[in-house]
Design a protein around this ligand. Structure first.
Ligand code: SF4
Length: 167
């Protein structure tokens, strides 16, 4: 787990118990970091068992889970392990982020978790559709590629409250 410079409200740490992603975004900084420090392919989804217990080291902190991945590609067992840890170390708040809001369906999310979606035309339309099913959704528009107005993002964003700590 690392201190982060990402300037989301209250965010202090990134935690990467699982790395790897198959989305292949052109602008992906995680892939560049991965290629520098890991020998495996970034498309391999790897659960790092030795990192699972990292949230035990902090309390009362907001943690971004999976800055080097997308939960969309995690298998059921790995998702379960990570979410159980979030629930166990309940003093922290855990922010997940995906390009596919469908990743969050069918999971009993503990109250100290938030389920974010990165804006792509498809994902934000899907998030509006799922917003009553996902318990604590948030919306991330990054990187901003082109006019928000033109993409109709403002209109979809207006359906959400500002990002804040859920508890
Ligand atoms: S979803 Fe995120 S981690 Fe995956 S390729 Fe895109 S930018 Fe990288």
């Amino acid at each position: 787990m690392n201190r982060t410079t990402i300037d989301w409200p209250n965010l202090k740490y990134t935690w990467n118990p699982i790395t790897g992603c198959k989305n292949n975004c052109d602008y992906c900084y995680a892939r560049r970091i991965h290629e520098r420090f890991y020998k495996t392919s970034f498309r391999d989804i790897i659960c790092h068992e030795n990192r699972l217990n990292d949230p035990s080291k902090v309390n009362n902190s907001t943690i971004f889970v999976g800055s080097m991945s997308d939960i969309w590609f995690w298998n059921h067992e790995d998702k379960k392990k990570v979410i159980e840890i979030c629930e166990y170390y309940f003093g922290n708040t855990y922010m997940f982020l995906s390009k596919n809001p469908g990743s969050y369906i069918g999971i009993a999310w503990p109250k100290n978790t938030m389920q974010g979606v990165t804006e792509t035309l498809k994902s934000s339309i899907a998030l509006v559709h799922y917003r009553d099913i996902i318990p604590r959704p948030y919306f991330s528009v990054e990187p901003i590629m082109g006019s928000l107005l033109k993409k109709g993002i403002n209109n979809r964003l207006s359906k959400f409250t500002a990002l804040d700590n859920p508890r």
